[in-house]
Design a binder for this molecule. Sequence first.
Ligand SMILES: *Cc1c(COP(=O)(O)O)cnc(C)c1O
Length: 353
Amino acid sequence: MVVDALRSAWISGGPYVQRLERAAAERMQVAEAVAVANGTVALELALRGLGIGPGDEVIVPGFTFVAAANMVLSVGATPLYADIDSHSWLLDPDEIDRLATPRTKAVLPVHLYGNVADMDAITSCAKAHHLAVLEDAAEAAFSRFDGKCAGTMGSVGTFSLHATKTITTGEGGLVVTNDRDLARRMRVLRDHGMRQDKRYWHDVVGYNFRLTNLQAAIGCAQLEHLDDILADRRRIHALYRDALQSCPGIRLQHFMDRVDPVLWVIAVLIEDTDLSRQRARRDRIMAAMLEDGIETRPGFYALSLMAPYGAPDLPHALAASAGVISLPTFLDLTGEQIGYICDRFCHHIRNAG
Ligand SMILES: *Cc1c(COP(=O)(O)O)cnc(C)c1O
């Protein structure tokens, strides 16, 4: 497919973009998928498609990969920062009632590490406040909640096809929705705001958020292997859960029974009652792992810790920020390697003071 795309005269746009959109929509059982250049502009396109801009507020989690907050700010809207649930580490639905004002237009749950937020509670709270629901499902592609794919339960959902993500085109993204009018608006905005039936005619101000045909061909090829990719992720998840069971002083991210996750990365919380001690221990454990040749990653910084966001301190967001470590999660990890990683990890936890 990739060679075919290379040989074809189509560089940008072209048949593989449509093929990727159709295949992704089919696999996720959603009406429409719109392919874009990356997962960040996917968020921007979704926000702009919903008509969100200056004067509007959007509820975002205070612990998240930063793109969600960045894009809310980028369209000129005001983020309202919600705390996360202390078990799932995802947007706490009760925060919607606490934060929503008459100016609030949307809630933007971010499904981190393969987990899915409580979409039942979020969609019903959102409905009560007349909010759109925008799911950032970049880290939860093909994870399910009550059998439905992450990203397909709200008004609109976004995905990243970055090299680190479950399905990748190097750089790339997808926006999915069951709202055909919204999909039509987003397709126009993606391509400079140009009318699809009248070349160089613009009724709205648009952008260039397009994905190339070549990248889309890579995405199509990946989707054909999706079942193998998902099986590998399930295998790795099960091995980690087993190997970490007897490790003291840690908590794994909690998945609701209604969630059937596709693990993106395995994330573990180092427990501690004191935030600065927790962060220092976490960082010592990461340094010790690196000396063993094992690269780990910290959780995201709570947005309240960083100047551009003007976010309030939120207790659970701060605890996740100080305590989360993610362990290596790549598809050709063997059981033996996972055993070694977890042995070293548990050893350092016992010895990190
Ligand atoms: C990766 C990621 C994004 C951004 O995607 P890009 O393709 O890198 O722009 C957005 N949100 C979350 C949660 C992500 O993990």
